[in-house]
Design a protein around this ligand. Structure first.
Ligand SMILES: [Zn+2]
Length: 549
């Protein structure tokens, strides 16, 4: 039996009844009215900037994840996480942390994430006060009998170089719909709070009307960084809302994240005894009408079947935790759709709220289905498969294959180069010792190029430009596997990111089809600026005034 450390327990609580893993946005451009306006940000006078990419642009792998990061400033208290590259690690028998060869007095524990797998956690391990300069951190541990030895070089910069945004950032509560929304000052969510309030109120109403129930008050925390898929529901709901968003949704589908998480919040009151997590997700995906975007769940399940990934229900339920995220959510959502269509909404709620002591999810489902639907799990599975077979297919095979491939490689990018902290070790993200964990992210041009590249590929898939998206996904797989940012498609992203970086700006978004990008001055400036690219040359800058300001 896996030893449940307090940290692991916190994760389990975050995951079990309500976990969620959702999406993200990136709103400012699509919600803005373009107009030339005076700005505090001086725009470059040059209109013909070009910057050649270096011979080799590389991403930096992170064998040890250090938060807040990836840059560190004196005074940060760093938490270290060592990814184990697997799920369900059982036993940590030894762990030693050394800093520049000197052992650090800190104890490790096993923790985990439903998307990136398990890791060793050393909370608040290194106080960087007095540690200016370069250092080497080393972790040696034994997990499940296997030795782990990893090292990570890192640099502590002077506190004077800390982004101004972090100095003033504090959590500010805003009431909206079901929620007390907490935003950090001088972040994208703070800037767009009027838009977000409107979305939260609309989606609160939508979910409450679907259930005919009121959502109990929720604490909703908006992060300025991407954690996982951009949404978690545990003791509080945490949703990522940032300008350079490479999560699995687009600006146009951000409301679906709120619907998904609010469904978790409201359906919690409908849970029976030991209602399995797969049913929690089935409910959320069914009510949302897809995952990260509108999806025909029946046809998508048929595509899953034709790809050989629609599992028998007992296997699906037993292995749910370890299944590929998009695949398992499609099957879950389609199963709920089938049950509602076949047995009715009330029968689905009866099943969902059934009380059974069976500890295995498949055992629970067999008992609950027999009691509430009048069919055992095997019969339910037969009916589900027949229903799936009858669905039209459309273009769902290509869409699903690309979605799974893109999200899989995106998570591999996160795991290797852009990890996120597990601050669910605290009751609330707001309890973390530094607000920086919720807003600090990489700002270098190579990272910006790759993340805007991922976001563009995502946009192509969501908008249905599947043939166009395929080479982007292929190239991204090569980039993530090698760490070398090179290729026909990514090069324009890299050139633009380097060009605007040379002028003191950071790339947030780029569409090579229209030759239009979005940049921002260094934090805390949050005013988006549109740039134009023509034949590989950066030729124009234009301030944008957000309609939501
Ligand atoms: Zn969920």
């Amino acid at each position: 039996m896996r030893r449940l450390s307090p940290i692991l327990l916190a994760v389990a609580l975050a995951c079990a009844p309500t976990v969620a893993v959702t999406e993200t946005q990136s709103a400012p451009v699509s919600t803005s009215i373009e107009q030339v306006a005076p700005t505090a940000t001086p725009l470059p006078s040059s209109t013909t900037t070009t910057t050649q990419p270096p011979p080799t642009a590389r991403l930096s792998p992170r064998p040890i994840w250090l938060f807040p990061g990836p840059d560190h400033f004196e005074g940060d208290v760093l938490t270290a996480q060592v990814p184990l590259g697997k799920f369900d690690a059982d036993e940590l028998t030894a762990a030693t942390v050394t800093l520049d060869g000197v052992e650090v007095a800190v104890s490790g524990s096993l923790s985990g994430d439903p998307l990136l797998g398990d890791y060793l956690m050393f909370a608040s391990a290194i106080d960087t006060t007095g540690l200016l300069g370069d250092h080497m951190l080393r972790v040696e541990a034994t997990v499940d009998g296997s030795s782990i030895e990893v090292s990570q070089a890192f640099t502590v910069h002077p506190d004077s170089q800390r982004p101004p945004q972090e100095r003033s950032a504090r959590w500010v509560p805003v009431e909206a719909g079901c929620c007390t929304v907490y935003v950090l000052e001088s972040t994208a969510a703070d800037r767009d709070i009027a838009l977000l309030t409107s979305i939260i109120e609309d989606t609160t109403d939508e979910v409450e009307q679907r259930f005919g129930l009121e959502i109990a008050p929720i604490d909703l925390v908006l992060l300025d960084v991407l954690w996982g898929n951009g949404g978690y529901a545990g003791g509080e709901v945490a949703i990522s809302y940032l300008d350079r968003d490479f999560g699995p949704r687009t600006a146009d589908t951000v409301a679906l994240t709120f619907v998904h998480e609010f469904t978790h919040a409201i359906s919690r009151s409908l849970d029976g005894t030991h209602t399995p997590w797969p049913l929690n997700e089935a409910m959320a995906v069914f009510i949302t009408g897809g995952h990260f975007k509108d999806q025909p769940l029946g046809p998508r399940a048929k595509a899953l079947a034709m790809l050989g990934r629609l599992l028998p229900l007992d296997e699906f339920l037993s292995d749910f935790t370890n299944l590929q995220h998009e695949a398992r959510y499609v099957q879950a959502g389609a199963l709920a759709t089938y049950i509602v269509e076949t047995f009715g909404w009330e029968a689905w709620l009866d099943l969902y709220g059934a009380d059974h002591d069976e500890q295995s999810w498949s055992g629970w489902m067999d008992a609950a289905s027999s009691a509430t639907l009048g069919v055992d799990l095997e019969t339910l599975d037969d009916g589900f498969r027949e229903w799936v077979d009858e669905q039209p297919l459309g273009n769902q095979i290509q869409d699903l294959e690309l979605t799974i491939a893109l999200q899989t490689v995106r998570r591999a990018y996160q795991a290797a180069y852009a990890p996120y902290p597990n601050y669910f070790i605290y009751e609330s993200v707001r309890d973390a010792p530094q607000t920086a964990v919720a807003l600090r992210e990489a700002g270098d041009p190579v990272t910006a190029a790759v993340e805007t590249f991922i976001a563009h590929a995502q946009q192509l898939v969501i908008e249905g430009h599947l043939d166009e998206a395929e080479p982007f996904v292929d190239e991204l797989e090569a980039i993530v596997a090698s760490g070398v940012v090179a290729g026909r498609l990514v090069t324009p992203f890299l050139e633009l990111a380097l060009a605007v970086d040379a002028e003191g700006f950071e790339l947030l978004d780029y569409n090579p089809i229209t030759g239009t990008g979005v940049v921002t001055a260094r934090e805390p400036d949050l005013v988006p600026i549109v740039v134009s690219v023509d034949n590989g040359r950066l030729v124009g800058w234009k301030q944008v005034v957000s309609a939501t300001n």
